[in-house]
Design a protein around this ligand. Structure first.
Ligand code: DGL
Length: 280
């Protein structure tokens, strides 16, 4: 885990974390990246915290085995359920989590009312309650779970009529209550930012945390003297259908790439690898 040119492991329940991956790539172009979409278990937002913690443990163990020098939990829901336990399990491994951008939104709002779009799991978590306690101050924060939205984005729907109607149903009540700032509290949602921007008045701010996570990763790697130099690569793994993910990569990642199957089970009895992640 100490080699500077070792990769950084990044994961989400599906393709949402690609919105974070692209910020990491922009900020840290020399870092090699491993991205795992846990698509066989998406959406995390409607699963129990214990279920998500089990997925976090399995995926983290895979990245350790791959020699990742750091882990980015590119998912608000998995961070809320699992990052504390991961940090206990791997105290010396840099683990970057992410949370809805309550602090910057509270600083940015002029109306004093902020809306949070996120998964049910994130909004119900103790971690989110603590975040509000720390940073909301006098600002009124209205939460809006968005069940079904992640599934639409996973299916590649970024701009259909049905999606528009769904979003309007969530966003209009927030605007009616005076929100002038909307937090995109799930890593899937930046992919529908263009549609959202068209649905809300121009002076409504939309805030997400992808760039902040990339900045934080850069700081952590710099502090530990582990920034990579030279050529980089990016490998993709998926616990669902790799072919499907390969089809959406050009849209969400901007490039074609091979996607390897990750089963996350002990599949090579007595073999070298604990994980079945393709033929590498
Ligand atoms: N993209 C994830 C998040 O940031 C999880 C979405 C889901 O699987 O429900 O919360």
């Amino acid at each position: 885990m100490s080699d500077c040119n070792a990769p950084v492991g990044v994961f989400d329940s599906g393709v949402g974390g690609l919105s974070v991956l692209r910020e990491i790539r922009r900020r840290l172009p020399h870092e090699s990246l491993l991205y795992l979409a846990d698509s066989a278990h998406v959406p995390y937002g409607e699963k129990s915290p214990e279920y998500i913690r089990e997925r976090c443990r399995t995926i983290a163990a895979f990245f350790v085995e791959q020699g990742a020098k750091a882990l980015v939990v590119a998912c608000n829901t998995a961070t809320a359920a699992g990052v504390t336990e991961l940090r206990e399990l791997y105290p010396d491994w840099p683990i970057i989590g992410m949370e809805p951008a309550v602090k910057p939104a509270a600083a940015a709002t002029r109306s004093g009312v902020v809306g949070v779009l996120a998964t049910t799991g994130t909004l119900k978590s103790a971690r989110f309650a603590a975040l509000l306690d720390r940073f909301a101050g006098d600002v009124r924060v209205i939460t809006q779970p968005c069940p079904g939205l992640v599934e639409r984005i996973e299916a590649g729907d970024l701009d259909s009529l049905a999606l528009r109607v769904m979003l309007q149903g969530w966003v209009e009540p927030l605007l009616a209550q005076g929100c002038d700032t909307l937090i995109l509290g799930c890593t899937h949602y930046p992919f529908i930012r263009p549609l959202l921007s068209r649905l809300v008045p121009r002076d409504i701010r939309l805030i997400d945390t992808g760039a902040a996570v990339a900045r934080h990763l850069a700081e952590v790697l710099t502090e530990r003297g582990r920034l990579a130099g030279g050529e980089s690569s990016c490998r993709f793994y998926c616990s669902g259908d790799p072919q499907r993910m390969a089809e959406v990569l050009p849209i969400l990642w901007g490039e074609q790439a091979e996607v390897e199957l990750f089963s996350g089970r002990n599949s090579r009895r007595g073999g070298v690898s604990q994980f079945d992640a393709g033929d590498n």
